[in-house]
Design a protein around this ligand. Structure first.
Ligand code: AMP
Ligand code: ZN
Length: 175
């Protein structure tokens, strides 16, 4: 019940509306990393049906609100779902593309946000609109993506390991 408890944690709570809640990710993988969750008990994106698309739309609006509140640009963020979520309760990630964070440690972390293991909101919404729900990713494909080379998200650089990738990311940092 980690995320559901965190929805009530004042230290993490960022926005609350009738339908959804935005919390800070407890282990942020970038300078700005939030989760948008519905108040209704939907376990995961794989449980979202066509009838839930208006709720999904509301969650996405909350994600955009977060970026506005920060005074930042949507182009500097990724908004979407993990194809293999580890935590229960549907949650939409809102994450800045710097990926500068001490919590970003493993190749699995990197590839979960920077390969097809990360499903953009627009892709997911379209899949549910067209097919009625989101199809699960093939297990073999998921493990291949998870083990993929460490390619920078901002240039063509391929890093040999996580420490190298993390120092490379600083090259792109505006700060
Ligand atoms: P996912 O892999 O999509 O299930 O992502 C779960 C996210 O929840 C990760 O980014 C974690 O850092 C974050 N997380 C894990 N436990 C908590 C918690 N108790 N409160 C807030 N965020 C959490
Ligand atoms: Zn780069």
């Amino acid at each position: 019940m980690g995320l559901v408890n965190s929805m009530h944690d004042p230290a993490l709570l960022f926005i609350s509306t009738d339908l959804g809640v935005v919390i800070r990710d407890k282990y942020p993988k970038a300078r700005h990393h939030f989760l948008v969750l519905p108040k209704s008990d939907i376990p995961s994106i794989y449980h979202v049906k066509r009838k839930d698309l208006s709720l999904l739309y509301e969650l996405h609006l909350l994600a955009v609100n977060v970026i506005e509140i920060l005074g930042m640009k949507t182009d500097d963020f990724k908004i979407g779902f993990h194809a293999l979520p580890s935590m229960q309760r549907l949650h939409l990630h809102v994450i800045s593309t710097d990926f500068i964070s001490s919590c970003l440690k493993t190749k699995k972390h990197w590839n979960s946000f920077n390969t097809e293991l990360f499903l953009d909101y627009e892709y997911v919404r379209n899949e549910i609109e067209v097919n009625g729900s989101l199809r699960r990713i093939d297990k073999q494909k998921a493990s291949e993506l998870s083990a993929k080379e460490l390619k920078c998200n901002q240039c063509n650089h391929v890093a040999s390991n996580m420490p190298n990738l993390k120092s490379h990311l600083l090259v792109h940092s505006k700060r």
